[in-house]
Ligand binder design. Structure first.
Ligand SMILES: Cc1cc2nc3c(=O)[nH]c(=O)nc-3n(C[C@H](O)[C@H](O)[C@H](O)COP(=O)(O)OP(=O)(O)OC[C@H]3O[C@@H](n4cnc5c(N)ncnc54)[C@H](O)[C@@H]3O)c2cc1C
Length: 416
């Protein structure tokens, strides 16, 4: 085969894993691999949850992107302006053009706090915060340290968001943190969500609603946030309900990367990339693949999902280049630790067709599923090491892959 050009847009979780897996798969005379990202700061995003509580510092969860890429992967620190799929070209912000034989879209999501009226007006980063980026998480840390009681409202504006359990984890950790500081009895904690329950999956939702109640966090459902007054301290829904707050922790609207909208045929109305749910090929052209948060797939926007997808996607790029039939092996497998405070966490594991079930993961001897445990909390903490040293470099993790394991699961319906 002649030397192929593979361009990966985005050097985050999915882009880095994919480039490294491809580098391991192809010799340098078979493929030249390019990764484009606008900056050189790779953030371990699950760590952002811990920053507001002083349990992690931003400098511990950020590393240079270049250093996560295997030797022989070419890194371009540029903004992608547009993709011309008809010409197989990517336009960068310095006017240069990269031609490709295969394109991988791994550009994640963009946070859009400005899309909610008033959110980024007066009060932003003073009384209204997000922990979904490093600056916000750090600013919120300062605000929580100064917080001396009152009403703390946690709100997710609308789905889809990355890591749909992260705002719940924030509420659980806030309960723990406020108790540790001895000010929980003078704080009202509220969790406001547009969903009709605590979470999207019914069984898990019931379980998490139970935990919120246990921790005396008020659950407000079907709350579609329309307007924020960061000075007056009010969050108003489209149907006119008002939540007062002293501190608002928001997960703002998410959309796809702006260049996706500018690239003919690549994205949908929200800027997400329509993608085949099993092969990860896109309908725009057979040589364009996508993974991670950038896709429109009906599974969680999560690092675990991105990891499982990267395995199938790498295989399919090799098959595409060899003119072979693609592997339709991705089943929507997702896996998520849910930190619940007091050094415990829950673990859920599911796919497109199966709700999170109780039992153990990945086998009967593994971590408990749908049950709070200290072991899961340790698993969540250990994950950071696994991320930098095994997942990003593209190493295989025995027993954990794109197909959801069933060995340790109890297949019967559960009653909580
Ligand atoms: C607070 C928080 C907690 C989380 N916790 C967990 C967890 O516990 N478990 C879990 O599995 N997942 C978790 N996640 C989700 C996980 O981090 C993401 O799903 C994952 O990083 C997605 O990978 P990605 O490659 O699709 O996107 P990203 O890793 O976000 O990478 C996208 C990259 O594209 C680049 N980019 C975008 N547009 C352009 C452009 N035009 N030009 C150049 N570069 C561009 C960006 O700079 C970025 O580096 C969490 C996320 C957050 C925010």
């Amino acid at each position: 085969m002649s030397r192929k050009q593979i361009v990966v847009v985005g050097g985050g979780t999915g882009g880095t894993m994919t480039a490294n897996r491809l580098r391991r798969r192809f010799d340098s005379d078979e493929a030249e691999i390019h990764v484009v990202d606008r900056d050189d700061r790779h953030v371990y995003q699950p760590g952002l949850l811990f920053v507001p509580f002083g349990l992690a510092h931003v400098n511990e969860i950020v590393r240079p992107r270049r250093r996560q890429l295997r030797r022989g992967v070419v890194f371009h620190q540029n903004e992608v302006e547009e993709v011309w799929t008809q010409r197989d070209e990517v336009l960068l912000d310095d006017g240069s053009v990269l031609s490709y034989d295969v394109l991988v879209v791994a550009s994640g999501v963009r946070l859009q706090p400005e899309e909610t009226e008033g959110m980024t007006a007066a009060g932003w980063n003073e009384r209204v915060f997000t922990f979904y980026n490093p600056d916000g998480a750090e600013a919120l840390h300062g605000a929580l340290e100064r917080f001396d009681g009152g009403r703390l409202v946690v709100n997710l504006v609308d789905m889809p968001i990355k890591c749909p359990v992260a705002p719940l984890e924030f509420a659980f950790l806030a309960d723990w943190y406020l108790r540790e500081r001895g000010i929980r009895n003078r704080t009202e904690l509220v969790y406001a969500t547009p969903l009709d329950g605590a979470f999207t999956k019914p069984i898990t939702s019931q379980h998490l609603a139970g935990l919120l109640a246990e921790k005396e966090v008020e659950l407000v459902t079907e709350f579609n946030a329309g307007e924020v007054d960061g000075v007056g301290g009010t969050l108003t829904s489209y149907d006119g309900r008002v939540l007062d707050f002293d501190l608002l922790v928001t997960v703002p609207l998410h959309g796809g990367a702006p260049y996706v909208e500018r690239s003919p045929g690549l994205g949908d109305a929200l800027g997400f990339v329509p993608t085949d749910k099993r092969t990860l090929q896109t309908p725009v052209k057979p040589n364009v693949f996508a993974l991670g948060d950038a896709t429109d797939l009906p599974t969680s926007k999560a690092g675990s999902v991105t990891h499982f997808e990267a395995e199938v996607l790498t295989e399919n790029i090799a098959r595409y280049l060899a003119d072979e039939e693609l592997d339709a092996g991705y089943d929507g497998h997702a896996n998520c630790f849910i930190e619940t405070g007091f050094h415990k966490a829950l673990l859920i594991d599911f796919n497109y067709d199966t709700e999170p079930l109780p039992g153990h993961f990945p086998t009967v001897f593994g971590l408990p599923l749908l049950r709070e445990s200290r072991l899961n909390h340790l698993g969540k903490l250990a994950f950071q090491w696994v991320y930098w040293h095994a997942l990003l470099p593209g190493r295989e993790i025995p027993g954990i892959g794109p197909t959801m394991p069933t060995a340790g699961k109890k297949q019967t319906a559960v009653h909580i």
